[in-house]
Design a protein around this ligand. Structure first.
Ligand code: MG
Length: 474
């Protein structure tokens, strides 16, 4: 097979592509072989997968590649991504492979590689694998050194037990919360229902049978995809609604009124909870996260560290600074002494624990935090021009923004804070467009910032495009 023609490339977190088109079993096998060559023969690798129609096929192919390169495979089957991370650490493996495309549509799939400590491969590690793949210099071991294949059952149960050991189960059970859980047919199906039942919840499940077609709803738990969950929360009078993404490293929350609670507010509440009995500490989050994280940090005497968008950056910064907790604006909670993966199920258990301890509903908890207005806009540009002007636009936006900002963050696009209000402009990682994120303490300021953010971005795109086209024509 000629892998060179495929030009596979890794994104912010692993390799993604259309199943059986970009991401074929041949390619999966070669990635397994690369991983085996990277680790060396005799090492043990945990392999897990999500519920996609192509995941069984691809995880078997990855396993073959690993075995062919002399690695032993512990195959854990359908698991949540954080459960894979948990298994790598707890089975004392040397690495892991997870076959999933997370929240992408059903025809997609992806392969993520993991270190022995349960953290995903960094960008530089992915580059090494990408290089091996492109050069195609892959070594098979002799027949006598081929790895052993073992099916390991019970990982979802071990993972659930691990979470139960970390929360106050009795306090949650006493409340007898009524919860509606929507696994969307994804990886959460064999862990989150078990977890919530063990937490004594009166549980109604929807879409909790694995479905590789994601017929009930798309794998991404965005508010517009959760109408069935919202209806169910209202109709049974639930205390909480929960939805996971395809590989359950995220959870979305619906309060007892049937309203979607923004992920950054959940993250802020979980940070508040985390630091309740101690003073000081670090919170690591990405540039997109709401200012509400600063409100919470001030309250508990913690410091906020911002990173570029993407789990590897969060994990890297948490490791570097020793921060105990981190997360994304979509919750994507990471707790240092648990697993080095974003969490879905653990975040759910922690939200219930917080509700139980405070004796408050989720809407009351969320309302206890300052309110912010948010908007997300975009400015499109020519597909061919986009890669050429990406950096120029960011530089121009930096100059064109009103210069009376309090703080300018330039680690991922450009973000200007005006007090608690802010504008962030960043090039999309996947499409030829620039995203403009805006947050303000009131609606009037939000409208002003939206207008300003959009104008400077459009002007910067126009000026950069003209410059490039002028250069090309000269
Ligand atoms: Mg995910």
């Amino acid at each position: 097979m000629n892998t060179k023609a495929l030009q596979p490339s890794f994104g912010t977190f692993g390799l993604r592509g259309l199943a059986n088109v970009d991401l074929t079993p041949q390619l999966a096998l070669e990635i397994g072989l690369c991983m085996a060559n990277y680790l060396g023969p005799g090492k043990t690798v945990v392999v897990g997968r999500d519920s996609r129609t192509s995941s069984e096929m691809l995880s078997m192919a990855v396993s073959s590649g690993l075995l062919s390169g002399g690695c032993h495979v512990k195959y854990v089957g359908l698991v949540a991504t954080p459960a894979l991370s948990f298994a790598v650490k707890n089975l004392k493996a040397d690495g892991g492979v997870m076959v999933t495309a997370s929240h992408n549509p059903p025809e997609w799939n992806g392969i993520k590689l993991w270190n022995s400590d349960g953290s995903g491969f960094s960008r530089s590690q992915d580059k090494v694998i990408e290089g091996m793949l492109l050069r195609g210099e892959l070594k098979h071991v002799s027949w006598s050194r081929i790895g052993r294949f073992e099916i390991v059952e019970g990982v979802p149960e071990m993972y659930v037990e691990g979470i139960l050991e970390r929360v106050n189960v009795e306090a949650i059970r006493r409340r007898g919360y009524r919860v509606v859980l929507d696994c969307g047919g994804g990886s959460a199906c064999n862990s989150s229902p078990k977890l919530l039942r063990k937490l004594g919840c009166d549980l109604k499940t929807i879409n909790c049978t694995p479905d590789g077609f994601f017929r009930a709803r798309p794998p991404e738990p965005r508010p517009e995809n959760l109408s069935e969950l919202v209806e169910a929360v209202k109709s049974v009078g639930a205390d909480l609604g929960v939805a996971h993404d395809g590989d359950a490293d995220r959870a979305a929350f619906i309060d007892e009124k049937g309203l979607y609670v923004q992920g950054d507010r959940i993250l802020a509440l979980l940070c508040l909870n985390h630091f309740r009995n101690r003073s000081g500490g670090l919170i690591v989050t990405t540039v997109i996260t709401s200012s509400v994280i600063y409100d919470v940090a001030e309250k508990v005497g913690a410091k906020v560290i911002l990173t570029p968008v993407g789990e590897p950056y969060l994990v890297e910064k948490m490791k570097e600074t020793g921060a105990e907790i981190g997360g994304e604006e979509n919750v994507g909670l990471i707790v240092r002494d648990w697993v080095w993966s974003r969490e879905g199920a653990y975040a759910v258990a922690l939200v219930l624990e917080l509700m139980a301890r405070e004796g408050k509903s989720l809407s009351e908890l969320s309302d206890s935090l300052p309110k912010y207005e948010q908007a997300k806009l975009m400015v499109r540009c020519d597909r061919e021009i986009f890669p050429l002007i990406k950096h120029m636009v960011v530089e121009l936006v930096k100059e064109m923004l009103p210069q009376d900002y309090d703080r300018l963050i330039t680690i991922d696009g450009v973000k200007a804070y005006y007090g608690r209000n802010w504008v962030l402009v960043r090039p999309s990682g996947t499409e030829p467009l620039f995203r403009v994120y805006v947050e303000a303490e009131d609606k009037t300021t939000l409208e002003e910032l939206k207008k300003m953010g959009l104008k400077v971005t459009e002007d910067a795109v126009k000026e950069s495009t003209d410059k490039i086209k002028g250069g090309l024509n000269a």
